[in-house]
Design a binder for this molecule. Structure first.
Ligand SMILES: Cc1cc2nc3c(=O)[nH]c(=O)nc-3n(C[C@H](O)[C@H](O)[C@H](O)COP(=O)(O)O)c2cc1C
Length: 423
């Protein structure tokens, strides 16, 4: 094949190594597999030294934006005069993304250990793991693991006799995409609707319950124990200078072997699609790929030779996002696919901003009109106008999430829109 599958990477502690192994779910089994070995080490380290290792490793947030994790942690006040919080973002609702749930259900203790080490680094006294509402079975597995971790002395009062205490709460959301946006998540956690707020204040100044808070993605936090254990240089042996490490890729759509694969960042996107995932079934050609989850610009098959990392995907005119390529074969009706995406975002808009509330739903309606042969040439102008109004003018970038794939589809597949309009 030429490329390692998740379990073939020559890494001792990589994220996906124990996926599929029931043993990893229990505290006893996890300890036998070498789990919770890094926490005692982290408890002896100065919090800023932990942040420094993570900063040097170059780990970038896996929730989509790719913000450097250690840098984010360093924004937290050093001298707490009250509570600090860590929120672990397990909302994972982006269409195409299905990696965090694998961590929750297969290696929950890895996530708990990562959360505790991060909490130690940012001087947090409480970790909230905010789990997407629909993830009921995964959250039950995680809850069992948290209970075991309390019983084992890894969470709670005086952790492992260190004098440091930290609680972990698993909070199940009500199933809203917008609850994955960090301020929406905290609004929901505090008992309100999952409505994002304008920044500033930034979470490190005033986040959950008005206290300094860091929000990190599940995959980001699960990578922390191995980085603290093995060091920044070890982690940098994979990936590129600006995007170090490995990443869970969620590959879906018209593929011979869809699935979640752990691959080094910087892997060639064409190789991910064709070598790792076997290309489209039945010898079909690939028409388009949305590489980073549904909110990123589409690429054509001819554009797939790009480096699968944050900077490489930006150079290719798209984004790595959550590294979740959605593959569409030659039979795909791009207008229908785009209409379906717009409908999703229209449904999930929290409605606070007019540009998003009205823009996403009108986009979906116009696309439906074009799809069903009722569209006019003016509709295309209206779509461009809507895109302009929906870009960068809202509290959070949910509206932009429609604009990115839509503009790229209009740019690359305009003939399909025009053909439906002429018909
Ligand atoms: C509309 C919207 C939805 C989002 N959904 C998620 C999500 O489900 N999970 C996630 O980790 N980040 C999500 N994010 C990104 C978060 O706001 C935040 O950047 C991330 O959790 C930070 O973690 P990281 O630095 O570890 O990536 C979303 C952002 C937006 C704008």
């Amino acid at each position: 094949m030429g490329y390692p599958y998740s379990h073939d990477l020559e890494v001792g502690t990589q994220l996906s190594r124990h996926f599929g192994d029931e043993k990893a779910r229990t505290l006893e089994g996890w300890k036998e597999l070498g789990g919770y070995a890094t926490l005692p080490k982290a408890l002896e380290m100065d919090p800023d030294a932990i942040t420094e290792v993570v900063k040097n490793s170059g780990l970038r947030g896996r929730g989509g934006a790719g913000f450097p994790t250690g840098v984010k942690w360093s924004f937290m006040p050093k001298e707490p005069n009250g509570a600090h919080y860590l929120c672990c973002n397990a909302d994972e609702s982006e269409p195409g993304a299905f990696k965090d749930r694998e961590i929750l259900r297969w290696v929950p203790h890895l996530l708990i250990e990562g959360c505790l080490i991060a909490a130690r680094a940012i001087r947090a006294e409480h970790v909230y793991i905010y789990v997407r509402g629909e993830f009921f079975p995964f959250s039950a597995i995680l809850r069992d693991a948290v209970v075991e971790a309390y019983e084992g002395g890894y969470v709670g009062e005086n952790i492992l006799g260190s004098g440091w205490s930290c609680d972990v709460t698993v909070h199940l959301g009500a199933g809203a995409y917008i609850a994955g946006e960090e301020t929406g998540l905290m609004s929901s956690l505090m008992g309100g609707r999952a409505e994002p707020w304008i920044k500033p204040p930034f979470p490190a100044q005033s986040g959950a319950f008005g206290r300094p808070t860091t929000v990190n993605n599940v995959e980001t936090l699960a990578a922390v124990p191995m980085i603290v254990e093995e060091g920044a240089d070890w982690y940098r042996q994979w990936g590129t200078e600006k995007s170090p490490g490995t990443k869970l890729w969620c590959c879906s759509g018209h593929l011979e072997r869809p699935g979640t694969y752990e691959l080094p960042l910087g892997v060639n996107l064409r190789d991910v699609i064709y070598e790792v995932c076997g290309g489209a079934p039945n010898g079909k050609k690939i028409k388009a790929v949305i590489p980073g989850g549904s909110s990123t610009p589409m690429l054509t098959d001819a554009e797939l030779d790009c480096s699968g990392c944050y900077e490489g995907m930006a150079e290719a005119g798209s984004a790595l996002g959550t590294a979740s390529p959605i593959v569409m074969n030659e039979d795909t009706n791009i207008v229908s696919a785009m209409r379906r995406i717009a409908q999703f975002y229209a449904h999930e808009s929290c409605g606070q901003c007019v540009q998003c509330r009205e823009g996403t739903s009108w986009t979906a309606k116009i696309l439906h009109r074009i799809e069903t042969g009722e569209g006019t040439a003016e509709d295309l102008d209206t779509l461009y106008h809507l895109c302009e109004q929906m870009t960068g003018r809202t509290i959070c970038p949910l509206a932009d999430s429609v604009v990115f794939p839509l503009l790229s589809s209009l740019d690359k597949f305009k003939d399909e829109y025009e053909a439906l309009i002429k018909r």
